[in-house]
Design a protein around this ligand. Structure first.
Ligand code: ADP
Ligand code: ASP
Ligand code: MG
Length: 408
């Protein structure tokens, strides 16, 4: 008998009928195994709760935000446990706190510090299906915390590591990880296997099918993750250690991220210490900066542009309002209509000319590149947001992902 952790995302448990069908799926697939089921909030509940918070105040306190958001998952665990019991199975629901998921104190983006999972283990030993609320934990102050958007994936992977599960199955509304978002690229292909590093890069660069931090955790603890469909029985995508053959494929996937904003500081004096002052002020407000570009200096002044998550942009602007005057910058410009498109693949380590091929494909569509960044296994370009989907399709074609180049 094996131990399986299964996670069902928001769209899989969006209404009562779907919760009942998840219960049936758990009953069938889990027969003969010990099963832990992690669930998200129903449908778009988390978005709805966030919007509600902003209707009562412009900047909700993060502690209260977590208190609010954690209610979403608590509804689903109770309903799924009832549905399982309705099928004659033994099941018990657990909040993050009851499952022993401890985190640091960083409300709304807490990191896991420890998992005891004693009560979950106890339930399994008693022959029960343990139904655990994703996305939530408690800090050392016994405060409810949440793990960042998409955090139920992390709960599932972390429980799989703590319980030494045989596999962590992520059930969702697509049947695996594709060469690009299948809702944007109709001929995107399902990848049978993806290396942790590639998946981590794809997730960080916008492929929301898995939360980036869950992939990081899976890699660290060697958890095999199987991304598959809630609605279809087919095998999905295995996220696992890198295998030799994976390097043969230059580009594995194309991602896009439309949740960023670009800020440019204009005509900044070009002298030592300025960048440190600017990014010191931005960092002090807990804003994580992504790409940075500094132009060539003219008349001893230069422009500095950078991107930040759109939600953090008001804080970045507040920091710049302070600092711009102090350093003698002419002012700053703000642009929400940007998107980042990226190509990802471990094969890039051993192939040359990949970036040039990307730029050629974008130029063929007359898409202007505003910023570029590279890592060992990815190249990203910031472009105008209205071209995001066109760019993804053009790159998908240019790297022949829909037809050739997909590993067997
Ligand atoms: P869940 O609610 O189950 O957690 P998410 O909405 O978080 O599901 O993630 C699934 C979505 O991820 C898909 O509907 C798809 O649009 C999107 N997605 C983006 N990039 C990819 C990709 N490369 N492969 C598969 N899905 C992707
Ligand atoms: N409900 C949370 C969210 O929407 C966590 C998750 O679904 O993974 O981000
Ligand atoms: Mg998700």
């Amino acid at each position: 008998m094996g131990l399986v952790v299964q996670k069902y995302g928001g769209s899989s448990v969006a209404d009562a009928e779907k919760i009942r069908s998840v219960a049936r799926r758990v009953a069938e697939s889990g027969a003969g195994h010990q099963v832990v089921v992690v669930v998200s909030a129903m449908g778009k509940t988390t978005d709805g709760l966030g919007a509600l918070a902003h209707q009562v105040t412009a900047s909700p306190e993060p502690r209260e935000m977590d208190m609010l958001l954690a209610t979403g998952e608590q509804v689903t665990i109770a309903l799924l446990a009832m549905a399982l019991q309705g099928l004659g199975l033994k099941a018990r629901s657990f909040t993050g706190a009851q499952a022993g998921l401890r985190t640091d104190r960083a409300h709304t983006k807490a990191r896991i510090t420890a998992i005891t999972a004693d009560r979950v283990r106890g339930a399994l030993d008693a022959g029960e299906i343990a139904v655990v609320a994703g996305f939530q934990g408690t800090s050392d102050l016994d405060e409810i915390t949440t793990l960042g958007r998409g955090g139920s994936d992390l709960t599932a992977v972390a429980l799989a590591a703590a319980l030494k599960a045989d596999v962590c199955e992520i059930y969702t509304d697509v049947d695996g990880v594709y060469t690009a978002d299948p809702n944007v690229v109709p001929d995107a292909r399902k990848l049978p296997r993806v290396a942790y590093d590639e998946m981590l890069e794809m997730a960080s660069l916008g492929a929301k099918v898995l939360q980036a931090r869950s992939v990081e955790f899976a890699k660290k603890y060697g958890v095999t993750v199987h991304v598959r469909s809630t609605f279809k029985p087919d095998a999905g995508t295995i996220v696992t250690r890198e295998e030799h053959a994976m390097e043969d494929v230059v580009v594995t996937g194309i991602t896009h991220d439309r949740s960023q904003a670009k800020i440019s500081l204009l005509r900044v004096p070009d002298r030592p210490g300025i960048a440190a002052r600017v990014f010191g002020a931005v960092g002090a407000r807990n804003v994580v900066v992504d790409m940075i570009v500094q132009n060539i200096s003219r008349d001893s002044t230069t422009d500095i542009s950078f991107t930040v998550p759109r939600g953090d942009a008001p804080r970045a602007r507040a920091a710049l309002e302070e600092v711009a005057r102090e350093i003698g910058a002419e002012g700053f410009a703000y642009d929400e209509r940007v998107a980042k498109v990226s190509i990802v693949g471990v094969g890039m380590r051993s192939h040359s000319g990949v970036a040039a091929r990307m730029f050629t494909a974008l130029s063929r569509e007359s898409i202007n590149i505003q910023m570029i960044s590279t890592s060992e296994i990815a190249v990203s370009c910031v472009i105008e947001d209205k071209y995001a989907e066109l760019a993804v399709r053009a790159l998908h074609d240019a790297f022949e992902l829909g037809t050739e180049g997909v590993r067997p």
